[in-house]
Structures are given as structure tokens and as C-alpha cells.
Design a protein around this ligand. Structure first.
Ligand code: SAM
Length: 293
């Protein structure tokens, strides 16, 4: 518990500044006292969707000029906002929910402020990825945040294969409509890894599904609603995947005309297993048995 002396110095009220203000990801109570003060003191609120921000401000009896700041006007708007900050304005940036910039607009205006030598004030607050990490029950000492995975199976599998060897919990935002397919992909790549589906965090129908990807898929059933964070355990210490469990993949890839080296390389990327070990297995599986004499 910080003592009163540990309180951070209040930023000067004069002089332009960009405040990054997180907002609730579900439960309206999850807005900090500081976020409310900054929104009250700001000259202008830049919002991903001004209708969503207007609702939040109304709920707290705040009345502020709003400007839109979204993916489609970010370049022009960043320049405008920097000019306003240079002129002394206090700008508060909010996204629809959670922490701005985390898979939300904001990076350009932050970069532009840094380049222009203008101050930035980052407020801590709700972020779905962090809430999910804290409750998933997976290791948090190291994690990899991957944003949204590709929509299609092939690129999605490749994206996962690229990070197969990471010894860090993998965190993704996922559309509820694609979650089932993504769990199927994970089950095929890493049948033994633990996953967690963190659904509707901080909302009435919050749900945590933990288990292997196949178990999570079965629990999820046909559900395609809500907001979802998908977490996957990192590559295990020492390879624990049974090489023999890959025999089916090896035979399929050989049938597609891939050579032993290519098969070993692709499987090493997908599983994190040593390439040399895989190469030996490919030879064992694809070479016809020698007739006994
Ligand atoms: N900036 C936000 C943050 O800090 O979490 C994320 C914005 S991103 C466009 C929206 C995605 O975040 C959703 O599709 C979902 O994957 C995840 N998300 C947001 N709110 C969530 C919640 N209450 N429960 C689970 N996931 C959530």
C-alpha cells in the first residue's frame, strides 16, 4: 500500500499533453479515479467511436468536446492532435474498451508526440489480455502477445508454427465465431498443451474454460457469442511431444511429395522438436522395411 509520500507528482495542469486513458472492458465500475479526473480535466477527448465515448462520459456526468480517432483517419488526426497539444491542449485518448493501442488505434499519435518532444501520460487500467493472463492459471513469467490470429486455417497454422518453440504463454484475441476452428488448429498442432479460453471477462456471463484445446472445444460446443481471449501454454521444457504421434503428418507430407529434409524442417517449426530427431523419424517412417534374409 503506497504511503501518501509515494503519491506520484501531479502533472502540470498547464502545457499540452496526451493522456492514454483505459476504459472498462465490461464492468462499468472498472474505471479508475484518475481516469475520471483526467477525462474531467481534458480539453478534448479523442475516441475510437465518439458514440461509445459519449455514453461513458454521460454516465459520469462529464461533458467534453469529442473528436474521432480511428483506423481510417489516424494519420491525419494524429497530426491535428499533435498541433493541438503543441498549442497547449490536454488531449485524452480512449478506445471503445480497454487500453488504447492494444489492438486499438493510438500508436501514430503516440509516436508523433514522441517525435515532437511532447509529453505522454499513460494511465494503467483494464486490458483483456492482462486480465486473462492473471486468471488463466498458465505461467505468466514470460508471455507472448499475438493480437488476432489470421482468419484462414493455413496462415493461422503457419502463424502458430512460427512461435511453436517459444517457452512463453501465448496470448491471442479471437473472434468468438472463429474460436472453434482455432481450437481445432491448436488441438492438431499441440494436442497436449493446456489452453484457457477467457470469455466475457468482467461481464455477467464471464467464463473460463481450461484444459487441452480438444477439451476446451468440447466445452465450448456451438457457442459463438461473446468476447474472447485465448491463451496457450508455451513449449514445454525439453521436448515432450511424442515424435511417433507425428507419423500421420509425416506420411501425409511425404505423400504430397515433400522430401525428408523439408518435412523435418516444417515439423520442427510446428512443434519445437529438434530437427535432427524429426529427420531420423521421417526416414524411419517413410523408408520401406528391409525384407529379412
Ligand atoms: N484495447 C482492448 C484491451 O485493452 O483489451 C482490446 C481491443 S481489441 C479490438 C478487442 C478484443 O479484445 C476482443 O475481440 C476480445 O478478443 C478482447 N476483449 C475485449 N474485451 C474482452 C472481454 N471483456 N473478455 C474477453 N475478451 C475481451
Amino acid at each position: 500500500m503506497p504511503s501518501p509520500d509515494d503519491r506520484p507528482p501531479r502533472l502540470p495542469v498547464t502545457g499540452g499533453i496526451l493522456h492514454l486513458v483505459p476504459t472498462p472492458i465490461g464492468n462499468p465500475e472498472d474505471i479508475t479515479l484518475r481516469a475520471l479526473r483526467i477525462l474531467r480535466e481534458a480539453d478534448v477527448v479523442a475516441a475510437e467511436d465518439t458514440r461509445v465515448a459519449a455514453q461513458l462520459l454521460r454516465a459520469h456526468d462529464l461533458h467534453k468536446p469529442l473528436v474521432s480517432y480511428h483506423d481510417h483517419n489516424e494519420v491525419a488526426r494524429a497530426t491535428e492532435l499533435v498541433e493541438r497539444i503543441r498549442g497547449g491542449a490536454r488531449v485524452a485518448l480512449v478506445s471503445d474498451a480497454g487500453t488504447p493501442l492494444v489492438n486499438d488505434p493510438g500508436w501514430r499519435v503516440v509516436r508523433a508526440c514522441i517525435d515532437a518532444g511532447l509529453p505522454i501520460d499513460v494511465l494503467p487500467g483494464p486490458c483483456a489480455a492482462v486480465v486473462a493472463l492473471a486468471g488463466a492459471g498458465l505461467a505468466v513469467d514470460r508471455f507472448y502477445y499475438g493480437g488476432f490470429l489470421p482468419r484462414d486455417e493455413g496462415p493461422r497454422r503457419e502463424a502458430l508454427a512460427e512461435i511453436a518453440a517459444l517457452r512463453a504463454t501465448l496470448v491471442f484475441y479471437e473472434s468468438p465465431v472463429r474460436l472453434g476452428d482455432t481450437l481445432d488448429t491448436v488441438a492438431a498442432l499441440w494436442p497436449a498443451r493446456q489452453v484457457c479460453v477467457a470469455r466475457n471477462l468482467t461481464k455477467s456471463f464471464e467464463q473460463w474454460i481450461r484444459g487441452t484445446a480438444a477439451e476446451a472445444r468440447a466445452t465450448l460446443g456451438e457457442e459463438t457469442r461473446g468476447e474472447v481471449v485465448l491463451l496457450i501454454a508455451g513449449a514445454p521444457e525439453g521436448a515432450t511431444v511424442e515424435v511417433s504421434s507425428l507419423d500421420g503428418d509425416i506420411l501425409r507430407m511425404a505423400g504430397e511429395g515433400l522430401g525428408a529434409k523439408d518435412i523435418a524442417t516444417q515439423l520442427a517449426a510446428a512443434t519445437g522438436l529438434p530437427r535432427r530427431e524429426l529427420y531420423q523419424r521421417v526416414l524411419a517412417v517413410t523408408r520401406p522395411a528391409q525384407p529379412r534374409r
